[in-house]
Design a protein around this ligand. Structure first.
Ligand SMILES: [Zn+2]
Length: 353
Protein backbone atom coordinates (compact mmCIF):
# COMPACT_ATOMS: atom_id res chain seq x y z
CA UNK A 1 0.00 0.00 0.00
CA UNK A 2 2.71 2.48 1.03
CA UNK A 3 4.67 1.65 -2.13
CA UNK A 4 1.60 2.36 -4.22
CA UNK A 5 1.12 5.76 -2.57
CA UNK A 6 4.60 6.81 -3.63
CA UNK A 7 4.72 5.36 -7.16
CA UNK A 8 3.82 8.73 -8.69
CA UNK A 9 7.07 10.27 -7.37
CA UNK A 10 9.24 8.18 -9.72
CA UNK A 11 11.16 10.55 -12.05
CA UNK A 12 10.38 10.75 -15.76
CA UNK A 13 7.98 12.30 -18.26
CA UNK A 14 4.67 10.43 -18.29
CA UNK A 15 2.12 11.08 -21.01
CA UNK A 16 -1.27 11.83 -19.45
CA UNK A 17 -3.10 13.15 -22.52
CA UNK A 18 -2.43 14.21 -26.12
CA UNK A 19 0.68 16.40 -25.91
CA UNK A 20 0.58 16.57 -22.10
CA UNK A 21 3.27 15.05 -19.85
CA UNK A 22 3.42 14.75 -16.08
CA UNK A 23 6.94 15.41 -14.76
CA UNK A 24 7.47 14.77 -11.02
CA UNK A 25 10.26 16.89 -9.55
CA UNK A 26 11.90 16.48 -6.13
CA UNK A 27 11.36 18.60 -3.02
CA UNK A 28 13.76 19.02 -0.11
CA UNK A 29 12.81 17.77 3.35
CA UNK A 30 10.99 14.61 4.30
CA UNK A 31 7.35 15.62 4.22
CA UNK A 32 6.09 15.83 0.64
CA UNK A 33 8.52 14.10 -1.70
CA UNK A 34 7.62 15.55 -5.09
CA UNK A 35 5.68 18.10 -7.08
CA UNK A 36 4.24 17.44 -10.54
CA UNK A 37 4.82 19.95 -13.26
CA UNK A 38 2.92 19.37 -16.52
CA UNK A 39 4.59 19.97 -19.87
CA UNK A 40 2.20 20.87 -22.69
CA UNK A 41 3.60 20.58 -26.22
CA UNK A 42 2.52 23.78 -27.97
CA UNK A 43 3.74 24.19 -31.52
CA UNK A 44 7.51 23.90 -31.38
CA UNK A 45 7.72 25.14 -27.79
CA UNK A 46 6.47 24.02 -24.38
CA UNK A 47 4.06 25.49 -21.85
CA UNK A 48 4.60 24.30 -18.27
CA UNK A 49 1.94 24.25 -15.60
CA UNK A 50 3.87 24.99 -12.37
CA UNK A 51 7.64 25.21 -12.13
CA UNK A 52 8.90 23.19 -9.17
CA UNK A 53 11.19 24.17 -6.29
CA UNK A 54 14.33 26.02 -7.41
CA UNK A 55 17.25 23.68 -6.66
CA UNK A 56 19.90 21.90 -8.70
CA UNK A 57 18.43 18.36 -8.35
CA UNK A 58 15.10 19.59 -9.63
CA UNK A 59 16.59 21.46 -12.60
CA UNK A 60 18.62 18.36 -13.56
CA UNK A 61 15.56 16.13 -13.47
CA UNK A 62 13.49 18.63 -15.45
CA UNK A 63 16.29 18.80 -18.02
CA UNK A 64 16.41 15.01 -18.34
CA UNK A 65 12.64 14.60 -18.45
CA UNK A 66 12.31 17.20 -21.21
CA UNK A 67 15.29 15.59 -22.97
CA UNK A 68 13.40 12.29 -23.13
CA UNK A 69 10.74 14.24 -25.08
CA UNK A 70 13.45 15.82 -27.29
CA UNK A 71 13.04 19.25 -25.73
CA UNK A 72 15.30 21.45 -23.63
CA UNK A 73 14.60 23.84 -20.77
CA UNK A 74 15.22 26.70 -23.23
CA UNK A 75 12.15 25.47 -25.16
CA UNK A 76 9.82 26.47 -22.31
CA UNK A 77 7.93 29.51 -23.59
CA UNK A 78 5.51 29.94 -20.68
CA UNK A 79 5.08 28.92 -17.07
CA UNK A 80 1.46 28.96 -15.89
CA UNK A 81 1.81 28.81 -12.11
CA UNK A 82 -1.13 27.75 -9.93
CA UNK A 83 0.03 29.58 -6.79
CA UNK A 84 2.93 31.33 -5.15
CA UNK A 85 4.17 28.55 -2.83
CA UNK A 86 7.86 27.84 -3.18
CA UNK A 87 7.44 24.34 -4.66
CA UNK A 88 5.38 25.76 -7.54
CA UNK A 89 6.81 29.19 -8.24
CA UNK A 90 10.53 29.55 -7.53
CA UNK A 91 11.97 27.33 -10.27
CA UNK A 92 9.92 29.21 -12.85
CA UNK A 93 11.70 32.38 -11.69
CA UNK A 94 15.11 30.67 -11.85
CA UNK A 95 14.49 29.32 -15.38
CA UNK A 96 13.19 32.69 -16.59
CA UNK A 97 16.46 34.30 -15.52
CA UNK A 98 18.39 31.87 -17.77
CA UNK A 99 16.13 31.54 -20.77
CA UNK A 100 13.66 34.42 -20.80
CA UNK A 101 10.52 32.31 -20.51
CA UNK A 102 7.35 34.10 -19.39
CA UNK A 103 5.58 33.56 -16.03
CA UNK A 104 1.85 33.94 -15.39
CA UNK A 105 0.30 33.82 -11.90
CA UNK A 106 -3.19 34.37 -10.48
CA UNK A 107 -3.75 38.04 -9.70
CA UNK A 108 -4.85 37.20 -6.16
CA UNK A 109 -1.25 36.28 -5.30
CA UNK A 110 -0.10 39.90 -5.71
CA UNK A 111 -0.84 40.55 -2.01
CA UNK A 112 1.42 37.66 -0.96
CA UNK A 113 4.30 38.68 -3.24
CA UNK A 114 3.93 42.32 -2.14
CA UNK A 115 4.17 41.20 1.50
CA UNK A 116 7.26 39.13 0.72
CA UNK A 117 8.97 42.10 -0.90
CA UNK A 118 7.85 44.61 1.75
CA UNK A 119 9.34 42.47 4.54
CA UNK A 120 8.25 42.90 8.17
CA UNK A 121 9.34 44.06 11.59
CA UNK A 122 7.21 41.36 13.19
CA UNK A 123 6.07 38.33 11.19
CA UNK A 124 2.35 38.73 10.40
CA UNK A 125 1.50 35.36 12.03
CA UNK A 126 2.69 36.50 15.48
CA UNK A 127 -0.47 38.38 16.56
CA UNK A 128 -2.69 35.58 15.22
CA UNK A 129 -0.77 32.96 17.21
CA UNK A 130 -1.06 35.06 20.38
CA UNK A 131 -4.81 35.39 19.88
CA UNK A 132 -4.89 31.62 19.32
CA UNK A 133 -3.38 31.07 22.79
CA UNK A 134 -0.11 29.69 21.39
CA UNK A 135 2.53 32.06 22.87
CA UNK A 136 5.44 29.61 22.41
CA UNK A 137 4.72 29.25 18.71
CA UNK A 138 4.30 33.04 18.47
CA UNK A 139 7.74 33.49 20.06
CA UNK A 140 9.25 31.05 17.59
CA UNK A 141 7.72 32.78 14.56
CA UNK A 142 8.90 36.13 15.95
CA UNK A 143 12.48 34.96 15.25
CA UNK A 144 11.71 34.59 11.52
CA UNK A 145 13.34 37.57 9.88
CA UNK A 146 12.37 38.85 6.46
CA UNK A 147 16.08 39.61 5.96
CA UNK A 148 16.56 35.84 5.48
CA UNK A 149 14.34 35.76 2.38
CA UNK A 150 16.16 35.54 -0.95
CA UNK A 151 14.06 38.00 -2.93
CA UNK A 152 15.69 36.86 -6.18
CA UNK A 153 13.54 33.71 -5.86
CA UNK A 154 10.37 35.76 -5.56
CA UNK A 155 10.56 38.14 -8.50
CA UNK A 156 7.20 39.19 -9.90
CA UNK A 157 5.47 37.34 -12.76
CA UNK A 158 5.26 38.81 -16.27
CA UNK A 159 1.49 38.55 -16.31
CA UNK A 160 -1.27 38.47 -13.67
CA UNK A 161 -4.14 36.12 -14.52
CA UNK A 162 -7.70 37.29 -13.73
CA UNK A 163 -10.50 34.82 -13.03
CA UNK A 164 -12.21 33.28 -16.08
CA UNK A 165 -9.74 34.59 -18.65
CA UNK A 166 -9.13 32.28 -21.62
CA UNK A 167 -5.55 31.50 -22.57
CA UNK A 168 -5.36 30.69 -26.26
CA UNK A 169 -2.35 28.47 -26.90
CA UNK A 170 -1.43 27.06 -30.28
CA UNK A 171 -2.57 23.58 -29.27
CA UNK A 172 -5.55 24.28 -27.00
CA UNK A 173 -7.46 26.84 -24.97
CA UNK A 174 -7.09 26.88 -21.20
CA UNK A 175 -9.58 28.67 -18.98
CA UNK A 176 -8.25 30.22 -15.78
CA UNK A 177 -10.44 29.58 -12.76
CA UNK A 178 -9.72 31.42 -9.51
CA UNK A 179 -9.88 28.88 -6.67
CA UNK A 180 -8.89 30.78 -3.50
CA UNK A 181 -8.40 28.74 -0.33
CA UNK A 182 -5.09 26.86 -0.40
CA UNK A 183 -3.75 30.36 -1.04
CA UNK A 184 -5.75 33.51 -1.71
CA UNK A 185 -4.65 33.70 -5.34
CA UNK A 186 -4.68 30.01 -6.29
CA UNK A 187 -5.89 29.29 -9.83
CA UNK A 188 -6.58 26.10 -11.77
CA UNK A 189 -6.48 25.68 -15.55
CA UNK A 190 -9.38 24.00 -17.33
CA UNK A 191 -8.83 22.29 -20.69
CA UNK A 192 -12.47 21.83 -21.69
CA UNK A 193 -11.78 20.12 -24.97
CA UNK A 194 -9.52 17.51 -23.41
CA UNK A 195 -11.76 17.26 -20.35
CA UNK A 196 -8.87 17.86 -17.96
CA UNK A 197 -8.21 20.04 -14.94
CA UNK A 198 -4.69 21.21 -14.06
CA UNK A 199 -5.60 21.40 -10.40
CA UNK A 200 -2.44 22.62 -8.65
CA UNK A 201 -2.96 22.09 -4.91
CA UNK A 202 -6.69 22.84 -4.98
CA UNK A 203 -7.78 19.21 -5.40
CA UNK A 204 -5.23 16.55 -4.45
CA UNK A 205 -5.93 12.81 -4.68
CA UNK A 206 -4.15 11.58 -1.52
CA UNK A 207 -4.00 14.47 0.92
CA UNK A 208 -6.13 17.41 1.96
CA UNK A 209 -4.49 20.67 0.95
CA UNK A 210 -3.45 23.03 3.75
CA UNK A 211 -5.59 26.16 4.01
CA UNK A 212 -4.30 29.73 4.04
CA UNK A 213 -0.59 29.07 4.59
CA UNK A 214 0.54 32.44 3.24
CA UNK A 215 1.79 35.82 4.39
CA UNK A 216 -1.46 37.68 3.72
CA UNK A 217 -4.11 35.32 5.04
CA UNK A 218 -7.67 36.36 4.13
CA UNK A 219 -10.34 36.59 6.86
CA UNK A 220 -11.81 33.13 6.24
CA UNK A 221 -9.60 30.92 4.07
CA UNK A 222 -11.65 27.77 4.72
CA UNK A 223 -14.88 29.49 3.67
CA UNK A 224 -13.09 30.52 0.46
CA UNK A 225 -11.73 27.01 -0.04
CA UNK A 226 -15.11 25.29 0.40
CA UNK A 227 -16.67 27.75 -2.07
CA UNK A 228 -13.86 27.03 -4.57
CA UNK A 229 -14.42 23.28 -4.16
CA UNK A 230 -18.11 23.76 -4.95
CA UNK A 231 -17.22 25.73 -8.09
CA UNK A 232 -15.11 22.84 -9.38
CA UNK A 233 -17.66 20.28 -8.19
CA UNK A 234 -20.37 22.00 -10.24
CA UNK A 235 -18.38 21.66 -13.47
CA UNK A 236 -18.70 18.69 -15.81
CA UNK A 237 -16.48 15.90 -14.49
CA UNK A 238 -12.86 16.30 -15.58
CA UNK A 239 -9.67 14.28 -15.35
CA UNK A 240 -7.71 15.39 -12.28
CA UNK A 241 -4.12 16.46 -12.97
CA UNK A 242 -2.86 17.32 -9.47
CA UNK A 243 0.40 18.92 -8.37
CA UNK A 244 1.01 16.18 -5.79
CA UNK A 245 -0.08 12.60 -6.41
CA UNK A 246 -1.11 10.54 -9.45
CA UNK A 247 -3.52 11.56 -12.22
CA UNK A 248 -7.09 10.43 -11.56
CA UNK A 249 -10.03 10.07 -13.98
CA UNK A 250 -12.52 12.10 -11.91
CA UNK A 251 -12.39 15.47 -10.22
CA UNK A 252 -15.93 15.34 -8.87
CA UNK A 253 -15.59 12.31 -6.63
CA UNK A 254 -12.53 13.78 -4.94
CA UNK A 255 -14.22 17.17 -4.50
CA UNK A 256 -17.09 15.40 -2.67
CA UNK A 257 -14.57 13.61 -0.42
CA UNK A 258 -12.78 16.85 0.41
CA UNK A 259 -16.07 18.62 1.22
CA UNK A 260 -17.07 15.68 3.45
CA UNK A 261 -13.66 15.69 5.14
CA UNK A 262 -14.02 19.34 6.12
CA UNK A 263 -17.57 18.82 7.41
CA UNK A 264 -16.21 16.02 9.63
CA UNK A 265 -13.37 18.26 10.76
CA UNK A 266 -15.82 21.08 11.52
CA UNK A 267 -17.93 18.67 13.60
CA UNK A 268 -14.84 17.40 15.47
CA UNK A 269 -13.76 21.00 16.09
CA UNK A 270 -17.19 21.87 17.51
CA UNK A 271 -17.07 18.75 19.72
CA UNK A 272 -13.69 19.81 21.08
CA UNK A 273 -15.16 23.21 22.00
CA UNK A 274 -18.15 21.47 23.60
CA UNK A 275 -15.67 19.31 25.52
CA UNK A 276 -14.15 22.40 27.13
CA UNK A 277 -11.28 23.39 24.82
CA UNK A 278 -11.65 27.15 24.84
CA UNK A 279 -8.73 28.60 22.81
CA UNK A 280 -7.72 27.75 19.27
CA UNK A 281 -4.56 26.16 20.67
CA UNK A 282 -6.56 24.02 23.14
CA UNK A 283 -8.82 22.88 20.31
CA UNK A 284 -5.81 22.08 18.10
CA UNK A 285 -4.37 19.90 20.87
CA UNK A 286 -7.68 18.13 21.38
CA UNK A 287 -7.85 17.07 17.71
CA UNK A 288 -5.75 14.41 15.96
CA UNK A 289 -3.62 15.17 12.92
CA UNK A 290 -2.74 13.65 9.54
CA UNK A 291 -4.42 10.56 8.19
CA UNK A 292 -2.45 8.60 10.80
CA UNK A 293 -4.37 10.44 13.53
CA UNK A 294 -1.24 11.73 15.23
CA UNK A 295 -1.38 13.65 18.47
CA UNK A 296 -0.37 17.31 18.29
CA UNK A 297 2.74 16.71 20.43
CA UNK A 298 4.00 14.17 17.89
CA UNK A 299 4.10 16.77 15.10
CA UNK A 300 7.24 18.72 14.26
CA UNK A 301 7.11 22.46 14.89
CA UNK A 302 6.30 23.38 11.30
CA UNK A 303 3.35 20.99 11.23
CA UNK A 304 2.22 22.24 14.65
CA UNK A 305 2.04 25.71 13.12
CA UNK A 306 0.05 24.38 10.16
CA UNK A 307 -2.27 22.62 12.60
CA UNK A 308 -2.99 25.80 14.57
CA UNK A 309 -3.73 27.76 11.39
CA UNK A 310 -5.94 24.94 10.11
CA UNK A 311 -7.90 24.88 13.38
CA UNK A 312 -8.26 28.67 13.31
CA UNK A 313 -9.74 28.40 9.80
CA UNK A 314 -12.27 25.80 10.98
CA UNK A 315 -13.21 27.83 14.06
CA UNK A 316 -13.75 30.87 11.84
CA UNK A 317 -16.29 28.94 9.73
CA UNK A 318 -18.01 27.63 12.88
CA UNK A 319 -18.33 31.23 14.11
CA UNK A 320 -19.76 32.27 10.72
CA UNK A 321 -22.28 29.43 10.95
CA UNK A 322 -23.11 30.56 14.49
CA UNK A 323 -22.28 27.10 15.82
CA UNK A 324 -19.71 28.50 18.24
CA UNK A 325 -19.27 31.85 19.98
CA UNK A 326 -16.05 33.80 20.26
CA UNK A 327 -14.84 36.61 22.50
CA UNK A 328 -11.44 37.77 23.72
CA UNK A 329 -10.43 37.24 27.35
CA UNK A 330 -8.56 39.88 29.37
CA UNK A 331 -5.19 38.81 27.89
CA UNK A 332 -6.47 39.06 24.31
CA UNK A 333 -6.75 35.30 23.69
CA UNK A 334 -9.91 34.44 21.75
CA UNK A 335 -12.17 32.10 23.75
CA UNK A 336 -14.71 29.86 22.06
CA UNK A 337 -17.89 28.38 23.42
CA UNK A 338 -20.85 26.45 22.12
CA UNK A 339 -23.77 28.59 20.97
CA UNK A 340 -26.90 28.40 23.08
CA UNK A 341 -29.31 25.78 21.70
CA UNK A 342 -32.14 27.14 19.64
CA UNK A 343 -30.28 29.43 17.36
CA UNK A 344 -27.83 32.07 16.54
CA UNK A 345 -29.39 35.12 18.11
CA UNK A 346 -27.96 34.51 21.56
CA UNK A 347 -24.66 33.42 20.05
CA UNK A 348 -24.12 36.54 18.01
CA UNK A 349 -25.21 38.73 20.93
CA UNK A 350 -22.57 37.02 23.09
CA UNK A 351 -19.78 37.18 20.55
CA UNK A 352 -20.36 40.84 19.78
CA UNK A 353 -20.92 41.82 23.39
ZN1 LIG B 1 2.36 22.26 -3.47
Amino acid sequence: MEEDRHAWERPGAFQVGPGVYRIPLPLPGDHLKAVNVYAIVDGDRLVLVDGGWAMADSTDLLDRALGSLRYRIADIRDFLVTHVHRDHYTQAVAVRRRTGSRISLGEGEAANLDATHAGWDEHPDVPALRRAGAPQLADLVRTWSSADIDLAQWEYPDRWLPDAVELTLESRTLTVLATPGHTRGHVVFVDRQAGALFAGDHVLPHITPSIGVELRRPPSPLRDYLASLRVVGAMPDLALLPAHGPVRPSTRGRVEELLAHHEQRLAATARAVAGGASSCFDVTRALTWTRRERRFDELDTFNQLLAVHETAAHLEVLVEREAVTRSPDESGVLRYGISAPGGGTDASATSRG
